[in-house]
Design a protein around this ligand. Structure first.
Ligand SMILES: *[C@@H]1O[C@H](CO)[C@@H](O)[C@H](O)[C@H]1NC(C)=O
Ligand SMILES: *[C@@H]1O[C@H](CO)[C@@H](O)[C@H](O)[C@H]1NC(C)=O
Length: 499
């Protein structure tokens, strides 16, 4: 970089700011945008642009479906992605998030030049996150995928600009450095708390880096480490189940709960009146391996289902367990371990697509947890359809079943404190408790229920509280206290940082 040209010392965004401040800014920008568009069009084949458009169409279309299982690529997506791969640019393969992000940036530049950006458009969130990339570009519908979609939907309904950089710090910083003042938050996967982020954070040596206070950690469960500044910079999908006043074991951490709103909205959810539903319990899970200790946290012995079926049928002759399970193991694993069949007593209705999964839930009288998957969105979907949830828990060595604060595990932590008839928390391997909860649920109707925290209004409010907060001042305060030897944050991962 030349030291003689003052312009070259500026990060690109400073140049942009200077340009925007000029009274001929709109004219300059219009010219720049026109030239860019012409260059882009000149370089793209027509097939390429069509493919990009159909990819976007496929993304928005698949965004409204739900498979109830993890990964399910749609034919539209596959077709559009195949066309994208035909673009004569090897980087375009599996790099569709860059096309998308670049296009969003062009939109932003255009509306800023014209001065007609929607409210909040000039506040940018970067998801430097593998799960969010998969959710939006690979149709991933696991819990993390549901969460990413929920955040995107709320941010976009309020006008914020949302960009994706997969989990690629170099590319994320390439984007960030073009618009440092516009970026309000960068959300990143960060397994080892702070370390992968470290080289990219602003410091004396790296003045153009990302301020630590704009860096948030993507953390589905309300547990695990914090960030170098403190726990408040960790965003979670579920609220902490322990209240601040119950500080002690395990301690309240003060993460930033963001979560998602339950979609579709209650009024658009299919509800089948209780009397019209068969005497059916839906067994939650997708993989057959969830019934095997070597693979999963197992809550009921494998012979429980047949035994309970026979017993419940003495009172309720047409009672049944259904579920949608498949063996997800690779061929090698299958060969090594042998068959891991679905336990006797469960009727397998696999496969289920989005609609079929919700319909299967709506026509059951209970959703039965088997240990895994933990903190899944499915119990919320069930409750919204008037279907209660049986959630197994494990008691701590020094605990008692009656005190949810002294359980070591629960299939759904944030439902620990919810009581029947909505949620039946039953101690794992308690066969009588299992049977009794199911029998009760078969004859106990509930109203469809959505937690107030899972409405769109509540979700939007949390997003605003997050993106509009003065994180810089809070970080300044924490740092000043830290330098003075007074630690306000928990965890041995906190450390000094530059503002
Ligand atoms: C949680 O963090 C916020 C913001 O730093 C702070 O105002 C609040 O007092 C904290 N709550 C607890 C219980 O530590
Ligand atoms: C889902 O599956 C049901 C039943 O197999 C079928 O009728 C329906 O068309 C499918 N819906 C979609 C969107 O594929």
């Amino acid at each position: 970089m030349s030291r003689t040209s003052p312009h070259l010392h500026l990060p690109p965004a400073a140049g942009l700011r200077r340009l925007l401040a000029h009274r001929f800014a709109p004219v300059y920008l219009a010219i720049v945008i026109l030239v860019t568009v012409l260059l882009v069009l000149g370089h793209q084949t027509e097939a390429g642009s069509t493919a990009l458009a159909s990819l976007h169409a496929a993304i928005s279309k698949t965004a409204s479906s739900y498979s109830g299982s993890s990964y399910a690529g749609s034919p539209e997506y596959a077709a559009a992605a195949a066309k994208i791969a035909a673009i004569p640019d090897p980087l375009a393969i599996h790099q569709n998030f860059k096309w998308y992000t670049d296009a969003k940036l062009r939109n932003l530049a255009a509306c800023m030049a014209k001065g007609d950006c929607p409210a909040n458009a000039a506040k940018v969130v970067i998801f430097n996150c593998w799960y969010c990339y998969r959710a939006i570009f690979e149709n991933y519908w696991g819990g993390e995928g549901v969460w990413c979609r929920g955040m995107k939907a709320s941010m976009e309904r309020q006008g914020y600009t949302v960009l994706y950089t997969n989990y690629d710090w170099e590319y994320a910083m390439h984007i960030y450095r073009q618009i440092p003042d516009l970026v309000v938050a960068l959300v990143s996967d960060d397994d080892k708390y702070n370390s992968p982020a470290k080289p990219y954070l602003r410091s004396e040596k790296n003045p153009d880096g990302l301020p630590a206070w704009k860096h948030f950690r993507f953390n589905y469960y309300a547990e695990g480490g914090g960030t170098r500044i403190g726990d408040h910079w960790v965003i979670t999908c579920e609220p902490e189940w322990i209240e601040p006043e119950h500080e002690g074991w395990p301690s309240f951490r003060n993460f930033s709960y963001i979560g998602y709103s339950l979609e579709p909205q209650l009024q658009d959810t299919r509800f089948i009146p209780f009397e019209e539903r068969p005497m059916r319990a839906y067994v939650l899970g997708k993989h057959q391996t969830f019934f095997y200790e070597d693979h999963a946290h197992v809550a009921w012995k494998r012979d429980t289902y047949k035994r309970a079926l026979d017993e419940i049928r003495k009172d309720i002759p047409d009672f049944e367990f259904v579920g949608a399970f498949f063996d997800e193991r690779g061929d090698d694993e299958k060969k090594k371990e042998g068959p891991l069949p679905l336990p006797e007593g469960i009727r397998n209705i696999y496969p289920l697509n989005a609609t079929a999964f919700d319909d299967a839930l709506s026509s059951a009288r209970m959703l039965v947890g088997i240990g895994w998957p933990t903190a899944s969105p499915s119990p919320y979907r069930a409750l919204a359809r008037g279907v209660p949830f049986l959630s197994p828990f494990k008691v701590r060595d020094d605990g008692i079943a009656e005190d949810p604060y002294r359980w070591s595990d629960s299939q759904h932590d944030s439902l620990r404190l919810v009581e029947p008839p909505l949620v039946y928390n039953v101690e794992e391997f308690d066969y009588n408790g299992f049977v009794s909860a199911i029998k009760t649920a078969m004859v106990t109707p509930i109203e469809p229920y959505v937690f107030p925290r899972m409405t769109r209004a509540a979700m939007d409010e949390r997003i605003r509280a997050w993106l509009e907060a003065d994180w810089e001042s809070e970080a300044k305060y924490i740092l000043a206290q830290r330098k003075a030897g007074h630690e306000t944050q928990k965890g041995d991962w906190v450390e000094m940082f530059d503002l």
